[in-house]
Design a protein around this ligand. Structure first.
Ligand code: ADP
Ligand code: MG
Length: 890
């Protein structure tokens, strides 16, 4: 089909749609059933069966199975069957853990898929791009990714970067008239847009003509590389650690077995015990638990309105020492209302809130008639004409579609009776140069009913003032004199110091029919005046900034707004200390990254910046060794977002490009959400430390009790099946529960963690070794006391050792919840943990007292008095170490 050759009427007919109404939802549903979802087929997931078998694909498990089978042939049926059963249960648990981790990662991926503005049932709405169908009418603007293959029917300064398809990185200028071209040569199809390509400039609308695999992208989909799931640095380090631990565990096992054999133990018994010990001591479950802890944390973050796009960010979040945040919309509400209008010689005030067209104009407290003030009329009218947003009223409610800054201008105009649908009947927009934060201006070229053409520009007042050669005063065009310039400049500062965001409006008549370029249009202007709009801070931000400060994190405001406005808001938020510096974008131009780095520590506000400045700011902070979180929403923010250690994009106002370069998306665009994310990031890391501490100390304890026994020429204190049981039940469940622990009350009172900090830093290594040693020691003590009391009843002594080991670990798990000591936290704070510990206890009692299981687990009923011994001994490590911590001053 040669879509590019069709005129608009044919296009609409062929696609069977309507440019005014879009598709009906019924029709869209029908086409969705017919064409399927608009997505590219992905590579296959690992099948469940393969994942299940991969659980057993481990050398030590093979050895254990082999050893068990041999022991089965030697007549130890019960032992063999029990060991096999435990291996199976272990495998099933591992399988579910990994599936869960995989599924939650997949869910995350889906959360951050792009959305598209589509016309359905005569209404513009946002839907997931995967729901697009052929015939849908979509619109887009700079920063969006095109959701499907389309034929354009409207384009304003539209440029699309199609390198993903054509390899050509220079954006293509698009138009919408029919053309003659070779349909195979995508680069020549300038009136079409393709799925996955990027709008770098302007805006446009089109009819969807191909979706899913039936797009240019679909045809080359098999060539696209799937980005692999990323490992976090910690996961990488733990994997390394795991390898080292395997070697250590194996060496120790060999040691235990050799010593045992030398002491005259039965060779095969010793071998089986050794292999069980190795299986138990090797923390093979660690990576899976880490993934689960990470993804559970990530799910908690989603509830708190932040979506993690790149898993490593979870860890880096905990290290953040600087947050560079946008002001508009992130620290403020982005609900703008024009409250002041200035034209040469007069200042008007406007009442009313929201987007309702209700409000009055006053001057010096007295109501004024807009009709009698030509200048006021003009500036309001032009503010609504040079505007790409719309206010729609639905059932008496007014809703903004577009940019809040522009919405405020539309509302102010409507309060004077200028409604944009009505004025657009009298003025035709011939060309539009969209707003961008580097120029800080937007321009339209307009034709009135008398066919007279003129330019309207709106933008940052200080910028516009410099582009103006005339000024409107007393309803006349005056050449811009020095006094007039100063007058305007003073008013800009005056409005800004009231924390108002300011927009100026300027005008220029055109002669001739030629359409000027942006640069031509935006020069030699006549300055009309300024509208000042209020954008109140979000109420929760002040507190969030304070909490960040207490957590050793500095908040820096970055804004394209006027320096005085920025300062006024920063003061309101308590962000700018008395000696804090404010730097303007212009000054940044002159500084190199190194020079900026020298002053950056005392700087709290960057005003009138362009997106390129943001990159410099990130680099300067990084130069000083900071871990920087940087927010952004526009296309041009992408480099800074990428450069930052934690790139953050806005869920509501963010462009697809910004989202794709970011590692974190703020669903609600709210600064306070960054704080919650950092808190969660710190907590996740601490939780990982908690269960690493627990698991490793347990393993050390298990190995040492065996080693000590062999060295002392004692019989085996634990039989293989008991060791495997401990590994499965006592180690597994509570470790998972630790991964879901709540943060300690002081997580946000500590300094940020150093990125290079190893997992065993801050005394964790010592805690693991000392506690492991003590657990081993008390278990052995319990065993020896009972064994020497009655050497004929080895099985009873082993039961006591088993119970002591389990109990000592289950007490230890509560210690692990705090970096300080067990007494710092309410032990009932983590209900998962209580549940895990109770189930472990219950299962322990079952294998000890349930008669049919006693032969399987080599256990016997424990007498009540001996429980006193078990409980007393297993509590010793906690009290010993807690005591030594209490005496140490912190
Ligand atoms: P920020 O979002 O940080 O406030 P922007 O780059 O969006 O910064 O805006 C910078 C300045 O550009 C504003 O202070 C305002 O004067 C002007 N401006 C903002 N939005 C528009 C727009 N849609 N059209 C024209 N000028 C605008
Ligand atoms: Mg903005």
């Amino acid at each position: 089909m040669n879509w590019h050759e069709l005129g608009q009427t044919d296009l609409v007919k062929t696609a069977n749609t309507s440019i005014e109404h879009g598709l009906s939802s019924k029709e869209a549903k029908k086409r969705l059933d017919l064409h399927g979802y608009n997505e590219l087929n992905e590579g296959k997931k690992t099948s469940s069966l393969a994942l299940f078998f991969s659980q057993f694909n481990d050398f030590m498990v093979f050895v254990l199975v082999a050893a068990t089978i041999i022991s089965g042939f030697l007549g130890e049926y019960v032992d063999a069957a029990a060991i096999i059963a435990i291996i199976l249960v272990n495998g099933i648990l591992g399988f579910f853990q990994e599936r869960r981790a995989e599924n939650s990662l997949q869910a995350l991926k889906e959360l951050s898929t792009p959305q598209t503005l589509v016309l359905r049932e005569k209404k513009w709405m946002k839907i997931q791009a995967r729901e697009l169908v052929p015939g849908d009418i979509i619109k887009f603007s700079s920063g969006d990714r095109i959701g499907a293959d389309i034929r354009l029917f409207d384009a304003k300064s539209l440029e699309i970067e199609e390198s993903a398809l054509t390899g050509e990185s220079v954006p293509v200028q698009k138009q919408y008239d029919p053309i003659q071209a070779n349909a195979e040569s995508l680069g020549d199809l300038v009136n079409m847009g393709f799925m996955g390509t990027l709008v770098t400039r302007g805006s446009g609308s089109g009819v969807v003509i191909g979706t899913g695999m039936n797009t240019a992208m679909g045809k080359i989909a098999h060539m696209l590389e799937e980005a692999g799931t990323q490992q976090t640095p910690l996961q990488g380090r733990l994997e390394q650690l795991g390898k080292i631990l395997i070697v250590i565990a194996l060496l120790l096992t060999v040691l235990v077995v050799s010593v045992g054999v030398l002491q005259g133990q039965n060779l095969f018994q010793m071998f089986l015990a050794g292999v069980s010990l190795a299986v138990a001591a090797i923390p093979e479950g660690l990576p899976a638990i880490v993934t689960v802890a990470l993804s559970l944390g990530v799910q908690r973050m989603i509830k708190q309105k932040s979506i993690v796009r790149k898993l490593p960010a979870v860890e880096t979040l905990g290290c953040a020492s600087i947050i560079c945040s946008d002001k508009t919309g992130t620290m403020t509400q982005n609900k703008m209302t024009v409250t002041h209008v200035w034209t040469c010689g007069s200042l008007w005030e406007v009442t009313g809130t929201g987007y309702e067209p209700e409000g009055e104009f006053t001057a010096n407290g007295r109501p004024v008639q807009v009709k009698q003030n030509k200048a006021l009329q003009q500036i309001l009218l032009f503010g609504a004409l040079c505007n790409s947003s719309a206010i729609v009223s639905e059932k008496g409610k007014y809703r903004l579609e577009g940019d809040p800054t522009e919405g405020a201008l539309l509302t102010a105009a409507s309060k004077a009776g200028f409604y944009s649908e009505k004025i657009k009947e009298q003025y035709k927009i011939i060309e539009e140069y969209p707003f961008d934060s580097a120029r800080k201006m937007m321009t339209v070229i307009v034709e009135d009913l008398q066919n007279k053409r003129f330019v309207i520009t709106k933008g940052a007042p200080d910028v516009l003032l410099k582009k103006s050669t005339c000024i409107l005063a007393n309803n006349k065009n005056e050449a811009m004199s020095k006094t007039r310039y100063e007058e305007a400049n003073t008013s800009i500062a005056d409005l800004a110091s009231r924390a108002l965001r300011t927009i100026a409006i300027a005008y220029k008549p055109l002669t001739g029919s030629e359409i000027p370029s942006v640069e031509q249009a935006e020069s030699g202007l006549t300055f009309f005046g300024i509208q000042g709009m209020m954008d109140p801070p979000r109420p929760e931000v002040k507190q969030a900034i304070k909490e960040c400060r207490e957590a050793g994190i500095k908040t820096v405001m970055i804004t394209g707004d006027h320096v005085i406005t920025a300062k006024a808001i920063a003061k309101k938020l308590n962000l700018l200390p008395n000696k804090g510096k404010v730097i303007e974008g212009q000054a940044l131009n002159k500084l190199s990254v190194e020079e900026l780095a020298e002053t950056v520590e005392d700087t709290y506000v960057f005003a009138r910046v362009t997106p390129e400045h943001k990159l410099k700011i990130v680099k300067a902070f990084q130069e000083k060794g900071h871990i920087v979180a940087m927010t952004g929403d526009g296309v041009n923010d992408a480099p800074a977002i990428k450069q930052a250690d934690i790139g953050i994009s806005m869920g509501i106002t963010g462009t697809d490009v910004a989202k794709e370069s970011s590692s974190l998306i703020l669903v609600d665009d709210n600064f306070a959400t960054i704080k919650s994310a950092i808190k969660e990031g710190r907590n996740i890391y601490e939780n990982i430390r908690k269960f690493v501490r627990y698991l490793l100390a347990s393993n050390v304890g298990e190995i040492l009790v065996m080693l000590f026994a062999m060295l002392l020429a004692l019989p085996l204190p634990l039989v293989p099946i008991q060791i495997l049981w401990v590994n499965l039940v006592t180690d597994g469940l509570p470790a998972m529960a630790l991964g879901m622990d709540q943060p300690e009350s002081d997580v946000m009172n500590r300094k940020p963690r150093h990125t290079k900090e190893g997992i065993f830093a801050r005394g964790l290594g010592w805690k693991v070794v000392s506690r492991g040693f003590l657990i081993g020691a008390v278990t052995l003590a319990a065993f020896m006391i009972i064994y020497y009391r009655n050497p004929d009843n080895l099985q009873y002594a082993q039961t006591i050792a088993f119970a002591t080991l389990v109990l000592a670990q289950l007490i230890h798990v509560f210690d692990c919840r705090s970096e300080r000591s067990i007494f710092h936290r309410n032990p009932f704070g983590n209900l998962y943990l209580i549940g895990a510990v109770l189930s472990s206890l219950l299962l322990m009692l079952v294998v000890i007292y349930y008669k049919p299981l006693q032969p399987v687990f080599h256990t016997m009923d424990i007498a009540a008095v001996d429980w006193l011994l078990v409980i007393g001994l297993s509590a010793i490590p906690t009290f010993l170490l807690a005591g030594s911590l209490l005496t140490r001053k912190n």
